[in-house]
Ligand binder design. Structure first.
Ligand code: BTN
Length: 275
């Protein structure tokens, strides 16, 4: 990653500017759009047409940005990074694929640290946090095109939002790098760092994944907290005691029984708010 380029905090996202920060040999396409329903939806169509591994779609805004569990993702124009990347993890088992969101969280954690100098938290299952609020959400979606399995990794980072850029219902939940640090950040530089970290993750799969687990555990803000487990079957309280090797959350209930929760089954909230 080149660090010596001039910084323009207000530049629109462009493939040329992003590529200047990336290794010269990188050939996969980076597509920047002004507006799209969802970058994950757009990339899914490209994958069906045979797009190559490493293809990235980024938009200045999304009209129907999607989050996990059918939620929407607020994507105000020119403020954040709304990015989807295509991977073809052929040798990866379904179990490893289930951990991919956690690995991506660790990769993006490193990208934010390198590009912005900010050390954020990781909230299980794969959100990034600053203080008690959400900075970034991750939506991995697995599918097949013909006989080829692929994953679209959707990443939404709140970069230069002010408080007014979030809808009122998110005011207690969402934050941005700008709100947290009091200064704007270069979205092209951060987008490049995220793309570089996903390229590395694609090369590390499926064998070199230990460092992603270590980063996750070290920065996981869910650990050591009382949490509320919310599933279609109901809600219960528990204490978060650990992260297992497959990125499951290990919780202890009030009777002292421990169980392990896989991503996607249950959503976890702090007892007194989002974290
Ligand atoms: C979540 O917080 O539940 C996940 C949010 C993922 C948002 C990103 S923004 C880019 C990509 N396109 C989408 O529609 N969603 C993801």
């Amino acid at each position: 990653m080149k660090n010596d380029l001039p910084t323009n905090f207000h530049s629109p996202l462009s493939p040329e500017t992003i590529s200047r920060y990336l290794p010269q040999g990188r050939t996969s396409k980076i597509i920047c759009l002004d507006s799209v329903d969802s970058t994950n939806n757009y990339l899914r169509k490209l994958a069906a047409d045979g797009a190559e591994s490493g293809t990235v779609v980024i938009a200045e805004s999304q009209t129907a940005g999607r989050g996990r569990q059918g939620k929407s993702f607020s994507s105000s124009k020119g403020k954040g990074i709304y990015l989807s990347a295509l991977l073809y993890p052929q040798e990866t088992t379904p179990e490893q694929l289930a951990s991919l969101g956690g690995m991506v969280a660790s990769a993006v954690w490193g990208a934010v640290k390198n590009a912005c100098g900010v050390s954020c938290g990781i909230k299980w299952v794969n959100d990034l946090t600053l203080g008690t609020k959400k900075l970034c959400g991750i939506l991995p979606e697995t599918s097949t095109a013909g006989a080829r399995r692929y994953v679209i990794i959707g990443i939404g980072v709140n970069v230069n939002h002010t408080e007014e850029d979030f809808p009122p219902e998110l005011s207690d939940v969402a934050t941005s790098l700008r709100i947290h640090t009091g200064r704007p950040h270069d979205r092209n530089r951060l987008a490049a760092e995220i793309i570089g970290s996903l390229d590395k993750l694609a090369a590390d799969l499926p064998y070199n994944c230990r460092s992603y687990l270590d980063t996750f555990k070290k920065n996981c803000v869910t650990l050591g907290k009382q949490v509320r487990l919310i599933s279609p079957a109901g809600e219960s309280d528990a204490y978060a005691v650990g992260i297992s090797d497959d990125f499951s959350l290990i919780v202890r209930d009030n009777d002292g029984n421990e169980k392990s929760i896989r991503s996607g089954e249950v959503s976890v909230r702090g007892m007194y708010g989002y974290v």
